[in-house]
Write a protein that binds this ligand. Structure first.
Ligand SMILES: Cc1ncc(COP(=O)(O)O)c(C=O)c1O
Length: 398
């Protein structure tokens, strides 16, 4: 290139997208909470105990030499365990050789799925309140997230709204059940309605089921893949971060029709090569050895934690939306009057931290601009003593 042309190159600088990416409110509140020594109910870090069989399985795997790359789609033992558990618990028959891909968490799964299925400019519907990573990941790939509002306080799906949001560029609907942050568990009836729309407009359904075992009261977990005629167009994403309290291990998976798994696996390989080898063994040991009693116990334990936090938030003068699943509570601060300072949820979250030492996330992080400003999100997947401490602090707000 001649000098005149060289002067026209862009030079050092970020991509067009990068300046528009803001630090996640969840991370920001975690940093802030650590700085002031607060109780962090902001991040879904899940600091409850790792089941012994899971921890020992990983340690044994390291000693046994399982420390090198695995096949890109994961070790056969884990794929088999995932397929068997899925058949056992959800009545879905899955081929572990062709329809299961072990990924670097559900986060890695979503990224690889989006890379394999979507092109820049494609539109993907997701329900609001949404999980920020779904939106961020789509945007990072220049795919356009289109929010469809859920109807509070039950967070029900309005199928007419879904239809109205569809354009010729729509490629998929994202379902997150149970959901973060609302704890919404999609009913079979709602999923059947969405399935009908997906078939009519020939759309994929991407379903993030990372909280599948955190279900309370009469709610039932139903995967969209289990709805009649939906297997081919449904991409299931889940993982063990939450179920086995191993968020740092990065073990997730995709279940999908074999015709999509190849391309999803290709992008997963480019991003991460494979999920961490010894942790694949630890999780496999857990799935093999822990049965329905473990999962039922997990749900019961968290239902008790949910009650603790719901009651403390009510006593503090907030109005909690009681979740049917997952482990977050969205609570309205509207009734608090001037107890917390600030007009925005982000300011109120900081005010709550300053007054009580309890960190929550601004509800606005889960909505389009201008919405969710009266809400805060609290995580209750905490050790009982930490949660009790947070509840005491919250009650002192009034
Ligand atoms: C809805 C949802 N999906 C995925 C994840 C992350 O899962 P993983 O640790 O498997 O990447 C989270 C964590 O907060 C979540 O809330």
């Amino acid at each position: 290139m001649v000098q005149a042309e060289v002067s026209k190159v862009r030079g050092l600088g970020l991509s067009e997208l990068a300046p528009r990416v803001v630090q996640s409110e969840i991370r920001a509140m975690t940093v802030e909470s650590d700085r002031v020594g607060g109780v962090n109910l902001a991040q879904g870090v899940c600091d409850t105990e790792v089941p012994q069989v899971v921890a020992e399985g990983a340690i044994a795997a390291i000693h046994e030499g399982h420390n090198i790359y695995t096949r890109l789609d994961g070790i056969a033992r884990l794929r088999r365990a995932i397929a068997e558990k899925t058949e056992h618990m959800q009545d879905l028959v899955v081929d572990p050789e062709r329809e299961v891909l072990v990924t670097s968490g559900a986060t890695g799964a979503f990224h690889a799925v989006a890379m394999a299925l979507f092109d820049p400019g494609d539109e993907v519907l997701l329900f609001e309140p949404f999980y920020g990573y779904h939106v961020g990941t789509l945007r990072s790939l220049r795919v356009v997230p289109v929010a469809v509002e859920l109807e509070g306080p039950q967070w029900s799906v309005d199928l007419e709204r879904v239809r109205a949001a569809i354009t010729s560029k729509t490629r998929a609907i994202v379902v997150n059940t149970p959901s973060n942050p609302a704890g919404k568990v999609f009913t079979r009836h709602e999923l059947e309605g969405l399935a009908e729309i997906a078939r009519e407009f020939d759309l994929f359904v991407l379903t993030d089921e990372i909280y599948e075992h955190f279900i309370y009261g009469d709610a039932k977990h139903v995967s969209p893949a289990a709805i009649d005629g939906m297997r081919e167009r449904t991409i299931v994403m889940s993982g063990y971060s939450k179920t086995f309290s191993v968020t740092g291990w990065r073990i997730g998976y995709v279940i999908a029709d074999a015709k999509w798994i190849g391309a999803i696996g290709y992008f997963h390989d480019l991003l991460y090569v494979c999920a961490p080898s010894p942790f694949q063994h630890g999780v496999a040991a857990g799935i093999e050895r822990l049965g329905r009693t473990f999962y039922a116990g997990l749900a019961m334990e968290h239902e008790t934690k949910r009650e603790m936090l719901v009651s403390a938030l009510s006593d503090a003068g907030m109005t909690p939306h009681v979740p049917d699943g997952a482990y977050y509570i969205l609570a309205s601060t509207a009734g608090l009057g001037g107890v917390l300072s600030g007009d925005t949820a982000a300011q109120r979250a900081r005010s709550l931290l300053a007054k009580t030492g309890v960190a929550a996330v601004a509800g606005s992080a889960f909505f389009r601009a201008g919405k969710g400003e009266d809400l805060l999100r609290f995580c209750f997947a905490k050790k009982d003593e930490d949660l009790a401490d947070a509840c005491r602090r919250l009650r002192a707000l009034r």
